[in-house]
Design a protein around this ligand. Structure first.
Ligand SMILES: NC(=O)C1=CN([C@@H]2O[C@H](COP(=O)(O)OP(=O)(O)OC[C@H]3O[C@@H](n4cnc5c(N)ncnc54)[C@H](OP(=O)(O)O)[C@@H]3O)[C@@H](O)[C@H]2O)C=CC1
Ligand SMILES: O=C(O)[C@@H]1CCC=N1
Length: 278
């Protein structure tokens, strides 16, 4: 029997997982969702067929969804996660697994906010989950059995690739893949702007940038795809790409990417100090 999944807070991230889960064939009646406002509930219902419980209209919404669930995914902004965990604590069954997608909320903080022994899984997903092309880390809590971790893994494997990491690596995962889609979209934006600066009409520049980034992403899809080999296949000696790649490298491209990923990871660690109290 498919477990009942409750997406508490269903915005960009949990909404992406919800869409991917539905696209994988999980029936709508095995899914619960909550949002704060009717304005957010409407488009979610129109797009997914799931009618969210609205906390602004029903103070019991989160507890109701949690009570009905086998796996709960906490998907509100980091600052609200522990409060949400405390809110649903009385409604949880002892075996209900509580997964968090939040940056900066440690397993220890989550466990402190929940009934003793409640199984917890910390995850760090990303938004391509909506098209079942996400990549997500999972880290089980101290009271979580391998079967309970596997239950969360099965949910997430429906929306992408799952890696299990120790908690000390979650900041780095956030810096690479949690925030990572935004770096790729920034590259697409910058390529479009470059095209426009060279005189291309905006609509042409947009389609060239979008198809280049998504097409290159497709080439990276096979498990054995090697980005360096794919790059070399575009780069003729002394040709145009060679000149462009040199321009990137002379201007510190690799260092810039490393600094950006590190900045995201550092912010994740900072959030943990601010919000998790450990
Ligand atoms: N966005 C991303 O790419 C990623 C985000 N994350 C994590 O995901 C979490 C959510 O971020 P994101 O999806 O971007 O944020 P959003 O603002 O897009 O979504 C937050 C959702 O929570 C709802 N909400 C707010 N308060 C409550 C409440 N008390 N009870 C129930 N629902 C509530 C909001 O409803 P309403 O719209 O009505 O206010 C909204 O649906 C964060 O913790 C973040 O760290 C992790 C990896 C990637
Ligand atoms: O920007 C953020 O804080 C969240 C976490 C990872 C991606 N988005």
């Amino acid at each position: 029997m498919t477990p009942v999944l409750a997406f508490l807070g269903c915005g960009s991230m949990n909404g992406s997982i919800l869409r991917g889960v539905l696209a994988s064939g999980v029936p709508v009646d095995r899914v619960r969702a909550t949002v704060r406002s009717a304005e957010s509930a409407r488009p979610l219902e129109e797009q997914t067929g799931v009618r969210p419980y609205v906390t602004g209209e029903d103070p019991e919404a989160n507890r109701r969804a949690a009570r009905e669930a086998d796996v709960v995914l906490l998907g509100v902004k980091p600052v609200g996660v522990l409060e949400l965990a405390r809110e649903i604590a009385p409604a949880l069954r002892p075996g209900t697994v509580v997964a968090s997608v939040a940056a900066g909320i440690s397993i220890a903080a989550l466990e402190r906010a929940l009934p003793e022994g409640q199984p917890v899984v910390r995850t760090m997903p990303n938004t391509p989950s909506s098209v079942r092309r996400g990549v997500v880390s999972v880290t089980p809590g101290s009271a979580t059995t391998p079967e309970q971790t596997a239950a969360v893994r099965r949910v997430l494997e429906a929306v992408g690739t799952v890696v299990e990491v120790p908690e000390e690596h979650v900041d780095a995962v956030t810096g690479v893949s949690g925030s990572g889609p935004a770096y790729v979209f920034l590259l697409a934006e910058a390529l479009q702007q470059a095209g426009e600066r060279m005189g291309l009409p905006a609509d042409v520049a947009r389609v060239l940038a979008r198809e280049t980034v998504s097409g290159a992403g497709e080439l990276l899809r096979p498990e054995d795809a090697d980005p360096a080999a794919l790059r070399r296949a575009v780069t003729s000696p002394k040709g145009t790409t060679d000149r462009a790649i040199r321009t990137f490298q002379e201007n510190g491209f690799e260092d810039l990417v490393a600094a950006a990923a590190q900045a995201s990871a550092d912010r994740s660690a900072e959030l943990t100090r601010e919000l998790s109290g450990d």
